[in-house]
Write a protein that binds this ligand. Structure first.
Ligand SMILES: [Zn+2]
Length: 395
């Protein structure tokens, strides 16, 4: 599929994913754990927190306003059920987050599994989107962004043969075919509700850069495909999911690699070899990538970015309050532009036109949030805005 370059969205200053949760929201979440009758109180607290963060983004001057939520999709589909306290045996133990559960000595959280023919029977996201839309001035609706779940999420977590019952689907292709059809329907439904800007958050794809994961995959005799073949399969699934989107619907992917960065098994060398595939075969408009500090080694894969695609450089740390040096960040952005220019025949200025900046990831990587306060988070978002304004004239 070929498509033109999308602009606005994505914007020069972007945010990815979650925000810190205010105390009243954390208290309301605790309240629900203690008593199921507190659901309405939690809903009110969530609405209030979303209103506050939407206004903060508007004040700072962001355009791709988000509610910070990562909604679930599979639970809303016919053919999936929630399993409480699933046995560890059904998971691939070398998936970094499953490995973390095993290391910490407790079982995985509740999961969702296919138990019948998959069918889209009602939107998972329209209620959430309609609420966000209701909080926005009319001219901000078009840029506002919704974060969706990744389509290969459960297939990759579960061991070979565990993702679906064989009496329902004879092959991965059949199973993926129905998942793709469900995404197509969901995207069209959201489009009809006015959504034009989608970000898919995917920690799984980044696992293909984890040496430990790849070693585990190879040792697992039950796998019928290599990790490389599986990545190709997932790219085809993605492309199928987004193949019917209208031309003016922007779709980006955030390759979220925070777990592997923490575990130090992420390999820049492997990322370089997989980046070509990811940048050239995956039909998204924009990549939201996470960078520690923009070093040449990490930026090198950008030479594969085709001229009809954007990259948002996640270069501001959401994990600590100290703000980065804007000059250093600016030179990192120019270095990235040079790298893109080197690969695609653009000059630096043209390459710069396909770049934006953002935090590396969301501000809440666990329920309590990262080790910074609300005011620190707002300072970080202001820095994203200032950095973008210093590099580009348009927003
Ligand atoms: Zn992330």
């Amino acid at each position: 599929m070929s498509f033109g370059l999308h602009r606005n969205p994505p914007f020069r200053a972007e945010h990815l994913g979650s925000f810190l949760r205010p105390d009243y929201l954390l208290q309301a979440q605790e309240g629900l754990e203690q008593n199921p009758e507190n659901r309405q109180a939690l809903k009110s607290a969530e609405d209030k927190a979303i209103q506050a963060i939407v206004h903060a983004q508007l004040d700072i001057g962001f355009n791709s306003i988000t509610d910070g939520r990562w909604g679930t999709f599979f639970q809303a589909l016919q053919g999936f059920e929630v399993i409480e306290r699933p046995g560890i045996d059904m998971f691939r133990p070398y998936m970094p987050d499953i490995a973390a559960y095993i290391e910490e000595g407790h079982g995985p959280a509740d999961s969702v599994i296919c138990n019948g023919k998959i069918k889209h029977v009602g939107s998972a996201y329209t209620e959430q989107w309609d609420y966000l839309k209701s909080l926005l001035p009319l001219d901000k609706v078009r840029g506002a962004k919704l974060t969706l779940a990744a389509p290969e999420w459960y297939h990759m977590r579960y061991r070979e043969g565990k993702a679906y019952p064989t009496w329902v689907y004879a092959s991965d292709e059949e199973y993926f075919g129905d998942i793709a059809a469900a995404y197509q329907t969901e995207l069209q439904t959201l489009y009809d509700h006015g959504l034009r800007n989608v970000q898919i958050d995917d920690p799984n794809l980044a696992y293909f850069c984890s040496e430990k994961m790849l070693a585990g995959w190879e040792e697992d005799r039950s796998n019928v495909r290599s990790a490389d073949e599986t990545l190709d399969q997932y790219i085809r699934l993605y492309n199928d999911c987004i193949s019917k989107r209208p031309q003016d619907m922007h779709v980006g992917i955030h390759l979220c690699r925070r777990n592997i960065v923490k575990n130090r098994h992420f390999s820049e060398g492997i990322f370089d070899s997989m980046a070509k595939k990811l940048f050239q075969d995956l039909d998204v408009n924009t990549y939201y990538l996470e960078y520690g500090t923009p070093r040449t080694g990490a930026l090198a894969p950008l030479k594969y970015l085709p001229s009809n695609k954007n990259v948002i450089l996640g270069i501001i740390a959401p994990k600590f309050p100290k703000t980065e040096n804007p000059d250093q960040l600016t030179s990192g952005v120019f270095e990235a532009a040079d790298m893109i220019a080197k690969g695609g025949g653009d000059n630096q200025e043209e390459a710069l036109d396909r770049i934006g900046v953002s935090p590396q990831c969301g501000f809440t990587s666990h329920s309590g949030g990262n080790a910074l306060e609300m005011k620190d988070m707002l300072n970080k978002l202001k820095l994203v805005r200032r950095l973008a304004d210093a590099i580009w004239t348009e927003r």
